[in-house]
Design a protein around this ligand. Structure first.
Ligand code: XIL
Length: 422
């Protein structure tokens, strides 16, 4: 994907900045141009944007402005939800797939000539219960937990509540707790899902998050105790990559996770990916989500993170960037869906705009420094109104798509990196 490694010439940038960055969206320079030749700059887009249909949350005018922003600023898009299992494959059987919104996402991206990313094939969250269901009794610990509380679905549909808590598939938590599929049944379902979804968009969706968030957040085990791991065993990760490679040998296959700014979790990621690579598993890029907060997002911490991740020798994709300015999020080091509601509460931190600008400046300086390794930087949403953390105003554009001071800071980093060579 990388042809050359220079940033937009400073002269052009200076002219662009002089032409009105910070004044209004239309006159602002584009992020994709500022980082041209360095990395792609993208955004996650939601169903309303992909299908061009206003929703409960966005009027026609607001949606049109959101779309103008996406077209004007980015050269890469990721589907925020519509390629997740629960959305694209909600039912078992021949008519179990709902391809409409995902087809619209792909068409939108192709029309704009954008690099398309598919998110995600195998995840503990937003996966329907039928996937794990079968005739094998669940382990005793799960049965005990199931009788002490209501049985809940493993699935979280964004439609059911925009910022609803996610569900983990672990025992005693809120995942599917009924009788289970066998290893062979679950592998067959996984393969069928991956072949159908990846196969349908073969050659058009260029990169896939094959496995999402398989690492544990602590404890003795490297891997999260998800239903995938419990039913199939730890090799479910390798199998998912094999099936995705089979379905589209040209696609770039990513392992994606959050909290990699935390050195302990990062070490676990490196251990996991090294062992996969040693076993010949086709992991082709590292996805680091980068759901950050203004207190923790610094040049140093992102520099350390990228320096260590780069030792794997794979391209690094920053897959879900946002920087939370809500007070509730300041001590959080992760992005587990279950914590997300909490991290967007408590009002904004003081001087949120300035702190956000400093935080973005720091992390973009690190991205620019590691431009040889960093191939893609994707924001998790185009503007604050469309963010899953919108209470925390975590993006470069406000709800009306006006660039914030953080946007100017990021554009300045591009210009300064060019002048300084790095
Ligand atoms: C989030 C979406 O943004 C929400 O709309 C949805 O309700 C829940 O999922 N890590 C991931 C993403 O990999 O898929 C999550 O996206 C955010 C955390």
């Amino acid at each position: 994907m990388k042809q050359h490694s220079t940033l937009l010439p400073a002269t052009i940038l200076a002219a662009l900045i002089a032409s009105g960055a910070g004044a209004c969206g239309a006159a602002a320079p584009a992020l994709r141009d500022a980082f041209d030749g360095c990395f792609l700059v993208g955004a996650a887009i939601n169903r309303a944007m992909a299908t061009g249909s206003p929703s409960r949350w966005r009027t026609r005018e607001q949606l049109d402005a959101d779309l103008a922003l996406v077209r004007g600023q980015f050269n890469q898009i990721t589907a925020e939800n519509d390629l997740k299992w629960a959305l694209i494959h909600p039912r078992e059987g021949a008519d179990g797939f709902d391809f409409g919104p995902a087809d619209a996402f792909v068409q939108f991206g192709l029309d704009q000539g954008m690099y398309l990313v598919g998110h995600t094939l195998v995840w503990h969250s937003q996966t329907p219960s039928w996937v794990f269901a079968g005739t094998n009794p669940p382990p005793e610990a799960v049965r005990a937990a199931a009788t002490s509380g209501p049985i809940r679905e493993a699935t979280t549909l964004p439609e059911a509540g925009r910022f609803r808590r996610g569900m983990d598939g672990g025992p005693g938590r809120s995942g599917y707790q009924g009788p289970r599929a066998s290893r062979e049944e679950l592998l067959a379902r996984m393969r069928d899902h991956i072949r159908t979804v990846v196969g349908r968009y073969r050659g058009r969706i260029k990169a896939w998050d094959v496995v999402n968030e398989a690492l544990a957040d602590g404890g003795p085990d490297i891997l999260r105790n998800s239903l995938w791991r419990q039913i199939i065993g730890p090799d479910y990760i390798a199998k998912a990559f094999e099936y995705a490679h089979e379905a589209d040998p040209e696609a770039l296959l990513r392992y994606n996770d959050y909290g990699l700014e935390n050195p302990a979790k990062r070490r676990n990621l490196i251990t996991l990916v090294r062992s996969l690579l040693n076993a010949g598993v086709p992991v082709m890029a590292i996805g680091t989500q980068a759901h950050l907060n203004v207190s923790g997002a610094t040049f140093e911490s992102m520099d350390d993170c990228l320096t260590e991740l780069a030792t794997l020798g794979l391209p690094i994709h920053v897959t879900e960037l946002d920087i939370n300015s809500a007070q509730g999020g300041q001590r959080s080091s992760g992005a587990d869906l279950a914590d997300n509601a909490g991290v967007t509460q408590g009002g904004l931190v003081e001087e949120a705009d300035e702190r956000l600008a400093r935080a973005y400046e720091g992390v973009f300086r690190a991205f620019a420094k590691h431009r040889e390794a960093v191939a893609v930087v994707t924001f998790w949403g185009a503007n604050d109104a469309n963010s899953w953390r919108r209470n925390g105003r975590p993006l470069l554009f406000d709800g009306e798509s006006r660039p914030k001071s953080a946007f100017d800071a990021v554009i300045r980093v591009a210009a300064e990196s060019e002048r300084g060579g790095r």
